[in-house]
Design a protein around this ligand. Sequence first.
Ligand SMILES: [Zn+2]
Length: 451
Amino acid sequence: MISFDEYLKKFNKLVQKYIPPRNEWTPPDDAVYGVKDIFRVPEKEAKELRLKAIKFQFKRHYEKNSFYRRLCKERKISPDDIKREEDFKKIPLIPDKFFKNYPSGRDFAIWLSNIITGDIPEIEIPNKNPSYDEVVESFNSAGMAVAYSSGTSGRFTFIPRDERTFKIAQYAAAKSIVINVYPLWDYNIYGYLLMPNPFKTNVFAGKICGIYFDLIKEVEVAIDRRISTKTVSRAMSGGRLRRYLLRHAIGVLGKRVVKNIIKWLDSHSREKDSKMALVGTPALMHSVLIKLKEEGKNFDLFNRVGIITGGGWKVQEDKRIPVSNFRRLAEEVLGINPMHCLDVYGMVEGNGFMVHCPEGHYLHVPYTFFYPMVLDENLEPKGFGERGRFAFLDGTTFSYPGFIITGDNVKLLERCPACDRPGPVLEPEVKRMGGEEVRGCAEEVRRMLSI
Ligand SMILES: [Zn+2]
C-alpha cells in the first residue's frame, strides 16, 4: 500500500497551479497550503495558524471594505480589539440573507462591487439592462470567480470570490476529501461527476469541482449542458403548469442520467483492479442505488469505489434520508467499503468544507483556518455539545468578509467521538433552522433532474 506521504506527494504534484508561489504566502496561505493533513494538525499549532489568518483577514476587510468597516464601526470594533481567540466573538458577523438581498440590472453590478474587499475589477457590461448571468460573466471574464447557490424562494446567494479565494476553496475541498479517503484516490481512477459541468456553470457546487479534472485522468459529467441562473430559478420555483411541464421534460433527463451512470459502473467494474470515484449530489446517487436495487443488480466493489456526496440530504420532494441509511444502501448494492462513502458539508459563503472521517462519519472542521460557532436565538455563541444555528469565521476569503451566520442547524462537538483527529466536528445530520427555506446545490440539481 502507498504510504501517506507518497500519496500526498502525488496529490500536491497535480495541484501546483492552485498554490501561490511561496514568497507570496500570507497567514491564510500558511493555514491552508502549509499543513500536511489538515485534520491532524496538533491543536496548539492549528489554533495559532487560525488566529493569524483570521486576524489578517479581519484587518484587511476592515481597511479595504467600506460596507464591512461601517458595520464594525457601528459595533465599535476595530482590528486592535482582536488579539486572541476569546476575542473572535466580537467580530461582526454577516447573516447569509444579506447575500440574497440584491437589486437587478446594472444596480446588481454595483451591489456586487460594494461587497468586494480590495480592488474591484474593471468590468464591461454589454447591455443596458443586463441579466444576472451577464453581470456575473462580466466579473468572471475580468478574473473573478463569482458563484451562486439558491433556495426554494428563487433568490440566489451571490458570492464574489477573486481567483485566489476561489483556488483556496477548490484546493481545500479536494485535499480534505483526498486525505480522508486515503489510500483510495489515484490519478488513474475512473471519475464520475454527478453535478453540472464545472466549466459551463457558475453554480458554486458545480464550479468548484473543476479541480476534479486535475486530480483524475478521465471524468464523465452527468449534466453537460450550460446551467444559468434562469435554468436554476425555473427549476426552483415557477407556476404550477410550467413546473409540471418542466418536471415532465427533465424527469426524462433524470432517468437517462441514471441509466448512463449504471452503464458506466457496469463497464468499469468488469475491468480487473480498476477503481472508480463518484462525486456529486445525494439525490442523484440515491436514484442510481435505488434503480440498481430494483433491477436486482449487485456489485462487489469493496476498496474499488468511492462515493463523495455533498449539497444536502433532501432526496425527494419532502423526503430526507439519514446519511447512514444511504451508506447502508451503497454497501448493499455496490459492496462499497463504508470508509470510502463520505459526505461533505460546505456552502457558497465559505471555503471551509467539513468532511466525514472514515471511521465515524462525523464532519471534521478544517480548524487551521475555519472557526466554527453555534449560536442561540439571540445570536450569541453557545458552548460545545449544543445544537443551534451554525456560524463561522473563515480566515481564507480575501475578496469578501467570510464571517457568516448561516441558516443551518448543527451540533458542534469539541472532539470526534469516533476517531483520534484532534479538531472539532459537527454531528452528521445538518438540518435547516425552523422557518428557513430549503437550499443548497444538491436541491438545485435534484429539481433540475426531478428525481
Ligand atoms: Zn472523526
